[in-house]
Design a protein around this ligand. Structure first.
Ligand SMILES: [Mg+2]
Length: 359
């Protein structure tokens, strides 16, 4: 039987990243309950809470109004995604000096496969310590790191000693490390699986491990095998290094030059639709919207607008595109090409609509 090569995976997770960036840059916020998110007098929700705020039971996804009730002297800040994105790029640049095999999970979370890149450090633990030291000294922020034989274990480990923690789980310790945890801590176990397992009187990983593979296959289909493996600390999922998308755009050259703003608006609208669908599909949102205009003499220009809050909505992108078009000579000149682009992309799964909804 082929033996799977031993892997060394890091899960790096910045400590309450959004709030930490504000607190680093504004010493007046340090040691205070700080919440980054929507309007507490509206229907906004908490995107990030400082550890001081968490002491009052405040956590992300909670309505901001409730956070204010639980701790009236909380300082509420509106998110500044372009700032987080710039910071994130600098942190990931540090990671890239240790391995090219990096899977980005969000602006502040990543898996690093260092198996083939131990280099002079000699061990994944030494790399984790060095990454933590460099993020602290170069970015004045803290990152918690979990080290394990796979993604499953590394991710759970990074959470054990948060904030500013380092937890190393050796391959031989993985089973024992996972055993006492509730099953919902395992990758992919949501409320539905948790409930089904609960009906089988399985609430901990140790209990899951004593369950036969046949029973799990019977109840969960092929997913049952994954559960069986994960309960034993086995996880073959690779770290998938993917190109981080920087922008999304679409453009069209017209056989016949366009001459009226209405038709240009219509085309921009359908392009905005296309870009929005692309963002949605990749679960991204854009801080910046750009249009491109080319006149018959091939002069090409772009106009951009950066939003305070990232968007993935077609209507918003279209509205901006229409406004940008009016900052060109399109009304007075023929147009042979139009384009719409979205850039400064951030993860779009933060529920911006609820987060920033004003009432
Ligand atoms: Mg984090």
């Amino acid at each position: 039987m082929p033996v799977a090569p031993l892997r060394r995976i890091l899960h790096c997770d910045m400590d309450c990243f959004f709030a930490a960036v504000h607190m680093r840059d504004d010493p007046g916020l340090r040691g205070k309950p700080v919440v980054v998110g929507g309007d507490p007098s509206g229907r906004g929700v908490v995107a990030a809470a400082s550890y001081e705020a968490r002491k009052y039971g405040i956590h992300s996804a909670m309505p901001a109004a409730q956070a204010r009730r639980q701790c009236p002297h909380t300082i509420f800040l509106r998110p500044d995604f372009s700032r987080y994105r710039r910071e994130s790029e600098k942190i990931f640049a540090i990671y890239r000096q240790f391995t090219p095999l990096i899977q980005t999970l969000s602006l502040d979370e990543a898996y690093l496969d260092v198996s083939e890149h131990l280099g002079d450090f000699g061990s994944a633990t030494a790399i984790a310590e060095e990454i933590r030291r460099r993020v602290r000294s170069e970015r004045r922020l803290t990152v918690s790191v979990g080290v394990g034989p796979n993604k499953l274990v590394a991710k759970i480990a990074s959470d054990v000693d948060k904030p500013d923690g380092l937890t190393v789980v050796r391959p031989s310790e993985a089973e024992a490390f996972l055993a006492p945890l509730p099953v919902r801590r395992l990758y992919g176990i949501g409320p539905a699986t948790e409930k089904t397992l609960g009906e089988l009187a399985i609430t901990t990983v140790a209990e899951l491990r004593t369950t036969s593979l046949d029973l799990l296959l019977d109840r969960f289909g092929s997913w049952g095998r994954t559960l069986w493996e994960h309960s034993r600390g086995i996880d073959h999922r690779p770290v998938r290094a993917h190109q981080v998308r920087k922008s999304l755009s679409t453009e069209r050259t017209f056989e016949e030059n366009l001459r009226d703003l209405d038709s240009m608006d219509n085309i921009l609208e359908s392009m905005a639709d296309e870009v929005a669908r692309g963002l949605e599909k990749r679960r991204l949102a854009a801080c910046t919207v750009t249009i491109k205009v080319r006149y018959p003499d091939f002069t090409t220009l772009t106009r951009s607008h950066t939003l305070p809050v990232p968007t993935s909505e077609a209507a918003t992108i279209a509205t901006i595109a229409h406004e940008l078009l009016r900052r060109t000579d399109a009304a007075r000149r023929l147009v042979r090409l139009l384009g719409v682009g979205a850039s400064n992309l951030v993860p779009g799964d933060l529920g911006q609509r609820a987060l920033f909804e004003e009432t």
